[in-house]
Design a protein around this ligand. Sequence first.
Ligand code: F0G
Length: 421
Amino acid sequence: MADLTLSPSDSETVPDVADDGVWLTCIECGETHAPFDDVIYTCEECDGLLEARYADAPTFDDFEGRGVWRYSEALPFEEGVTLPEGDTPLHYVPRLEEDIGVRNLRVKHEGMNPTGSFKDRGMTVGVRVAQEVGVGRLACASTGNTSAALAAYGARAGLQTLVLLPAGKVAAGKIAQASLHGARILEVDGNFDSCLDIVQDLAGRGEAYLLNSLNPFRLEGQKTIGFEILERFYEDEGRFPDRIVLPVGNAGNTAALYKAFRELVASGELDESEVPKLTGVQAEGAAPMVEAIEEGLDDTRRWEEVETRATAIRIGNPVNAPKALPGIRHTDGTAVAVSDEQITAAQRDLAEEGVGVEPASAASVAGLRKLREQGEIEADEDVVCLTTGHLLKDPDAAAEAGADPEPVPNDTDEVLAHLQE
Ligand code: F0G
């Protein structure tokens, strides 16, 4: 099992490799690495996942300003390539709250970021690091949203971008974004996991800087979702939420939220008992994390065949599982799989509250409903569901889930007659 203990700041010995109080630690063997000298994505000793570490753990008082860079004390830089991102709404959804039956239900809508997904939080930090290490070309594999964010932030930074997408399995809005922002788009005859294999090979050969969530700095940006939820919920309710329910693909957000909580525990801002239970939701056709939780595995088994309407989370080999599985277990959370029909129903439920999300995002609400019905989530819980991408990302799925337009003649009387039918 990975070691994800963050030593308290006062007893931390900052390793020689640290750069201005920042370094990388391997979660498997503990080896420390310089953060920006060489381009590395995994441990040079054992190939384990890396995590960014800091000399000081952040406190709420350290946070200043708005958006992702409000949390710069907990990030490797003071500022980055920004559009700007973060500061997303924490919606009240009173009818859905009553219908599902929990004390508080809030929806953190990450679709309100500049390119319409939470990926912008990771990219504002990741592209800043790319500038620091001095690379020419940025690359990612993607089910769509990462490619849209990479293309936009790469364009903003004036860097070339290359994206590898699974052919025929990426929603229209996302390809349109990557295309217009000037990414070179390669459509691979394979699924997301094959795209990631290839882009990792390219990065390993020095052809591009990898900005998938395997890159530990991406997760530093995404960690700010956790800080924002805690601050905002506390402001409104005078306490922290009991549980955060989120869709899971590569399990980057699960790992990132867990890191945010561990850092606040390390600084003494959050008691262990106050850490929200991380609850991951996957589509039934792509649920290796759920399988690993149910079977008590330390890592996921790779699913070669994956299928779901929620194409954003059509992933069979979640690379961040060694970070995310302990996050779910140590917070007393769980993981659950939902059907495509349950996902579409939840997409409609959110839409009825005025919150427009893409299918993968609705998985969080579908999962909450299922766990509540199974009695695994109690009626007295305060729950935040994370919705990760905007409705317009996948216009085809939205149109399918919604009502069909009705053709009418070009005449007021006939329009009235039609309305009265
Ligand atoms: N929701 C949406 C809308 C996503 O786009 C993704 C991942 C996830 C959830 C899963 O998040 O990987 O942190 O568990 N999309 C990636 C992409 C894979 O390429 O856009 P995770």
